[in-house]
Design a protein around this ligand. Sequence first.
Ligand code: NAD
Ligand code: UFG
Length: 336
Amino acid sequence: MSILVTGGAGYIGSHTCIELLNAGYEIVVVDNFYNSKKESLNRIAELSGKQFAFYECDIRDAEGMDKIFKNEKIDAVIHFAGLKAVGESCQKPVEYYDNNIGGTLTLCDVMRKNGCKKIVFSSSATVYGSNNISPLKETMQTGGTTNPYGTTKYMIEIILSDLFKSDEEWAISLLRYFNPIGAHKSGRIGEDPNGIPNNLMPFITQVAIGKRECLSVFGDDYDTPDGTGVRDYIHVVDLALGHIKALEKVLGGTGLDIYNLGTGTGYSVLDVVKAFEKASGVKVNYKIVDRRPGDIATCYSDPSKALEELGWKAERGIEEMCEDSWRWQSQNPNGY
Ligand code: NAD
Ligand code: UFG
């Protein structure tokens, strides 16, 4: 079985490549290194002890993608490639719609022309918008996204659903991730953000290692137990394993399914700071500042559908997530 992994050099993609190789799949990786480094691919090979095909290609390049499908026998696609920074998407909406939606349309077109109709897609909890009350269930209404990034995920879900309605030979899995953190146990691969991190955990680890002075906690007046925002943090290896289960399902038949990939437990910003300090033994300097525009108070999943239908559940707790994030950061202070 050969699986095309778009965006396989990135954070979630690299961890998923390892689990795919460990599970005995052959993989073909495509990435344009817009937000990743070639070194991550060397480390996937090192950790798995396996070689794999790689193509440096933009998924919007229809000809380039077609060549990959002609060269390789692709059974299914796991589609991570996309731009993901919420703030940046407000500054560069055209680039976000072009890359995320344009890229997915080109990919689907090349897939169907080559007779490959199985895809697992990286969606996001952001599609639930701000009006649903957690725990979030797959049956809840989506939309009302507050930034172009979130809107691309919402629109791609609609596009893939319409594709399935038009041709029920497709097998499509829409995975709504909650907040991935953590890293591979080896400390050899992890999240390597460019510039100032937007997300909580890479910011915390960079403060802990001395690259940044102080964490700004965005608001302590939310309606949550300690006033700071609550999220469903999930270990990236658990997330990667969720992809293997979703892949098995699309390989096994046709249909369109949507799954939350989360733990079902919410932690506040200050809970995460405390858990990180405990796991690393390092004090994290922080200050409370104003709320960040667009943030919601609370967001966590009901992950029961993935357990019932895929037999998947997140196994790794917040302490392990913090330990593994810290191991990656401390062993690779400047990333790859
Ligand atoms: P990432 O930026 O680390 O990985 C994405 C990869 O895709 C990068 O290697 C990048 O170079 C590549 N890429 C981007 N555009 C491309 C293009 N046009 N052609 C080829 N390659 C391209 O991000 P990640 O955190 O690993 O996220 C993977 C996917 O999961 C993304 O679609 C993201 O939107 C989604 N997601 C991420 C989170 C999160 O918090 N990390 C949450 C929900 C959903
Ligand atoms: N936070 C801080 N300080 C920081 C960064 C974050 O206090 O420097 C807080 C936020 O206010 C929020 C929590 O930490 O309460 C988590 O923030 P992140 O930026 O890490 O994550 P978000 O929940 O805002 O968004 C993430 C991804 C999105 C995705 C969403 C839902 O960045 O791409 O989860 O899946 F859409």
